[in-house]
Design a protein around this ligand. Structure first.
Ligand code: GLN
Length: 294
């Protein structure tokens, strides 16, 4: 299609070409996301607006944002939001961008809710440990309406973002927030029925293999661990001491270390351990339970 200079399609095409030259992997898709956010139009709607002229202010901002993307800044940090499961969360560079694998973790728990919560207490107490944007805990508490969620993260700025996400979805009366190294600042009398977590799990030795979009922009605190075993042993112990009898843990982890994680969990007294595949057939999720009261 021959596009008229000054129209939406014209800038979309120029931006796509520019990103392509800079070797950005999906240039057209990224150019569309950035434009749809800027114009506050669903991405699909751009297609019926190709002939619309862009104003000078829009052109300037669009150009600036495309330049940011050309420097590998992730689209979610440019637009300040990321779709996750049925929701859309605010993100800043203080939190990890929610990943599609993590949606699978939420979906797994949601689909199995009858099986997993047959003794569902009211309200179900959920703890999202290393909560970042809050995407896991805030999604689950919306999907499981008789639940309340505690979010904890070592980063105060991350907790601020998750608090804004809770406000966005009117969840403040069903959420607690703690800036905490694991459970250190979580009040001692808080016990949980379900713990969910996507903790940092990439060994620092893998840094050279990580793409620049991630390495240069996402918080390293949320991604990397210096000693997988030491950190995860502390994490599992904290979870064990906070789960009610019969309580469950579902976490995301590194497929290469999941075996080690399972051994550690069994050694600490967890039962019913399971390694669950993600949609790319990687052993990405780990499930474990605390024995019920006999
Ligand atoms: N729970 C958040 C997420 O999955 C943050 C994870 C993290 O900071 N490691 O995106």
């Amino acid at each position: 299609m021959a596009e008229q200079p000054g129209t939406l399609l014209y800038y979309l095409k120029r931006s796509t070409e520019f990103l392509e030259k800079k070797e950005i992997p999906n240039p057209r898709v990224d150019a569309e996301w950035i434009l749809s956010d800027l114009l506050n139009l669903p991405r699909i709607k751009l297609y019926s607006q190709f002939e619309m002229p862009l104003g000078q202010k829009e052109i300037d901002i669009y150009r600036e944002r495309i330049v940011e993307r050309s420097k590998r800044k992730p689209v979610a940090y440019i637009t300040g939001k990321k779709g996750f499961h049925k929701f859309e969360y605010l993100v800043t560079e203080d939190v990890l961008i929610p990943r599609p694998e993590t949606e699978e973790l939420v979906d797994y728990l949601w689909k199995k809710k009858e099986e997993l919560y047959f003794t569902e207490p009211s309200p179900l107490q959920i703890w999202d440990l290393c909560s970042g944007s809050g995407c896991i805990g805030l999604s689950l508490t919306q999907l499981l309406p008789s639940s309340v969620v505690t979010l904890s993260d070592l980063s105060e700025k991350a907790i601020d973002v998750s608090r804004r996400n809770a406000e966005k979805y009117n969840l403040t009366d069903r959420t607690n927030f703690y800036v905490s190294d694991l459970d250190s600042e979580v009040p001692n009398d808080l016990q949980f029925d379900l713990v969910v977590s996507n903790p940092p799990y990439i060994p620092e030795s893998e840094k050279p293999e990580i793409m620049p979009d991630v390495l240069d922009y996402e918080p390293h605190l949320a991604l990397f661990v210096s000693d997988f075993k030491e950190f995860h042993k502390r994490l599992l112990s904290a979870v064990l001491s906070r789960l009610n009898p019969g309580g469950k843990l579902m976490m995301e982890t590194h497929p290469l270390y999941i075996e080690e994680l399972e051994e550690m969990a069994k050694g600490l007294g967890f039962i019913g351990t399971k390694k669950i595949l993600d949609s790319s057939k990687k052993e990405r999720f780990f499930f474990a339970e605390v024995p019920p009261l006999s």
